[in-house]
Structures are given as structure tokens and as C-alpha cells.
Design a protein around this ligand. Sequence first.
Ligand code: GRF
Length: 198
Amino acid sequence: MSDDHHCNYMKNIAVFASGSGSNYEAIASACADGRLDARVVLLVCDKPGAFVLGRAARFGTPVFVFDPHTYSSKSEFETVIADRLDSECVDIVCLAGYMRIIGDVLLARYGGRIINIHPSLLPAFKGAHAVEQAVEYGVKVYGITIHWVDESLDGGRIIAQRSFDYDGDDPAEVHRIGQVIEHRLYVETLAKLLSGES
Ligand code: GRF
């Protein structure tokens, strides 16, 4: 087949990331070694220079990098993104440390096909400082959530969760433990979703 990543049986994933991209790498690795019957056809990144871009280059993932400030509105850049998703025949969008709220345009065109990973047991500790807040509360059971993305902040229907015990006060340690779990949970959850099990 000449146009081999277009709309054939294999599922096409887009990952959105703003920072380090360790979850992007977990997903891309699982695609590369066959644990996921899918490929990452696009990395969307709103931070020129982000660490994730080097990871994407190593995997040969096409990237769409943009600076939101060069657009007049969220609708404008989301239209460009949605057009790219269309042209790559994206089946599912994985938010992985994408530090922006998904807006109307992407929800209208990709709603029901966007998932996010969040470092708490939702609905506890929504938002950007979930781990720090949980530590501040003295939480003893931490966790990771993967959920559908809707118009609410970290409020869409939950797909998967995994918990772990931690009785300390170091947010960096919670992040370290949590990220190992995130990488596994993202791949396992995608495998189920893509095979129609979830
Ligand atoms: C993860 O901790 C995820 O839960 C949160 O953002 C972080 C992204 O990490 N949404 P990375 O860029 O994938 O390493």
C-alpha cells in the first residue's frame, strides 16, 4: 500500500504534550515494539523547544509545534490542529502533560476520542497542582486516573485508575512513583480502548 498510514486497519494515535513527554515516549515505545497495534502519527506541542520534541525526533514522529501567542484565539489554533488530526486519520487523541484546556473546536470535532492522564485519584485534586495538594492534605493513598476529556477541567468520565500507598511528604517522590505507574496504565488502557474492550 503506498499511503500506508492513511485510514487502514491500524489505529492512529495523536499525543498532545507540553513538557517532558515521558508518557509520549511510553506510548511511542509500545507502538514501536508491538505492545500496541497502533502508531503515533502526530505529536502536538504548544511549547517550541519542549523536551518532548527531542523524544519525538528519536521516534520519527511527525510533530505540529505551535506558539499559541501567534494565533488570535484558541479556536483559530484548534482549527489548525483539528485539520491536521483529520489529515492524519487520527482515531484517538492522548493528552499527556498538555497544559491547556481543550476548547470548543476540538471538542466539537474530536469529542469522545480524547483522553487524558491525571496524577490523582479523580475527582480529588483536579488541576495543575494535584500532587502538591495531595501531599499538603497528608493523603496516604495516591493514584493516577485516565479519563475522557469533556468541557470540564479533569471532570470527564473515568476510564481507568491505579492507586499506590505513600506515607511521606515529598511531592517529587510521589511524581516519580506515579510516573512509573502512568506509563504502564496509559499503554494498558490504550490497548483495551483500541481493541474495543473499554
Ligand atoms: C504527568 O504526570 C501527567 O499525569 C500530567 O502531566 C505529566 C506529564 O508528564 N498530566 P510527561 O511530560 O509525560 O513526562
